[in-house]
Ligand binder design. Structure first.
Ligand SMILES: NC(=O)c1ccc[n+]([C@@H]2O[C@H](COP(=O)([O-])OP(=O)(O)OC[C@H]3O[C@@H](n4cnc5c(N)ncnc54)[C@H](OP(=O)(O)O)[C@@H]3O)[C@@H](O)[C@H]2O)c1
Length: 328
């Protein structure tokens, strides 16, 4: 077995219990996040023993066509052998978490000394709580958009690299029992992430931020594609072009807005930042229905950002506001 280095001492606010030096991890669910986490933990210099529960024979076969880390074992269903796992990471959809935890318990894989974590940013760790097993429960949510590693590896054939890339450097939101937090901290660190405790009562606001940034971006791309269709650009051309544009917009924010004291407005390009009211009016005319409302509302937010850093004169801002307020 490859040895695993325990992370730096966990802050006392995370509880006194330390994660084991050489944890064995079971990951339940071999979808996008589960497969990525299992491959991330079982590869690289700190690789540990990982058992991945993948109930679909087809998917197991697809995964096993790749070169896999030696410390990764894939099984169909958990059994008593998995009582050796120190950490159980439930990587099912949120609606299936309680059922998956109950199945784990009924398969006799459960042990009182285990720590059960899920990867959800929205669900409470309590959804895993068992009435008969004293396992500590927690949550360890990677703030990353994780595609299916099998799909992401299509171009390169390197499944491990495709799986680990989204997790490396990600923020991880931790919650749960005091005795589960050090294990969640270890898991996040072992995946190259940056762990932070997010209070349970605030998780919906935190997860809302994740949804707006990761999911709404896809809706914005869909609006962009519809506009491109108006000028006879088929999606086969428009989609890669718009994805490139989105990537460069993020690069601009990365370059200009991440330094201490910098504003998001510093990385902004486009009509609002330039105070170009006539162009904004043209965009709103080209857009229809929901797309127009979305652009109007988001441009209002951009105007606030720009005005916070004194990026436009009051007169320019008035013109922009009028363009955004005007109804047809
Ligand atoms: N993908 C992301 O970007 C991302 C990012 C951060 C956090 N997460 C979190 O990760 C969790 C999983 O999300 P996902 O995107 O990976 O979902 P997903 O791709 O739909 O994968 C869920 C997997 O769980 C399996 N499963 C369901 N019940 C099971 C059970 N009882 N035993 C074994 N396997 C079971 C499913 O198998 P079948 O296909 O056989 O049904 C499926 O492979 C969610 O809590 C999500 O919030 C996801």
């Amino acid at each position: 077995m490859a040895s695993t280095v325990c992370p730096d001492p966990v802050p006392t606010r995370m509880g006194e219990m330390r994660s084991p030096d050489q944890p064995r991890v079971a990951v339940v669910g071999a979808g996008r996040a589960g497969l990525a986490v299992a491959l991330g933990l079982s590869s690289g210099p700190g690789a540990c023993d990982v058992t991945l529960v993948c109930r679909s024979a087809d998917r197991r076969a697809q995964i096993q066509r790749h070169t896999l880390p030696e410390t990764l074992t894939i099984i169909q269903t958990p059994s008593q052998a998995q009582t050796l796992a120190d950490i159980v990471a439930f990587a099912t959809a949120d609606r299936d978490l309680t059922k998956a935890a109950t199945q784990w318990e009924n398969s006799r894989a459960a042990s009182d000394r285990q720590v059960w974590l899920h990867l959800s940013g929205a669900a409470s760790p309590e959804v895993l709580r068992s009435g008969s097993v004293a396992a500590a429960v927690g949550s360890c949510h990677p703030l990353a958009a994780i595609p299916d590693p099998l799909v992401a590896a299509r171009n390169t054939g390197d499944l491990v690299a495709a799986a680990t890339a989204p997790l490396d450097g990600a923020f991880f939101a931790l919650a749960g029992d005091d005795s589960a937090l050090p294990h969640a901290h270890w898991l996040a660190t072992a995946l190259g992430g940056s762990p932070h405790v997010v209070p349970l009562g605030r998780r919906m606001a935190y997860h809302g931020a994740a949804a707006v940034v990761a999911n709404d971006l896809v809706a914005l791309l869909a609006i962009g594609e519809r506009l491109c269709a108006q000028c006879e650009l088929p999606s086969a051309v428009a989609r890669p072009a718009l994805v490139h544009l989105a990537r460069t917009a993020l690069d601009a924010v990365t370059a200009a807005s991440l330094a201490p004291g910098a504003s998001l407005a510093d990385g902004l390009t486009g009509a609002v930042g330039r105070g170009d009211a006539a162009t904004l009016t043209g965009h709103l005319e080209a857009l229809s229905g929901g797309g127009r409302d979305v652009h109007r509302q988001l441009s209002m937010i951009l105007l606030e950002l720009v005005m916070d850093v004194g990026g436009l004169s009051q007169e320019q801002a008035t013109h922009v506001r009028r363009a955004l307020d005007s109804r047809d």
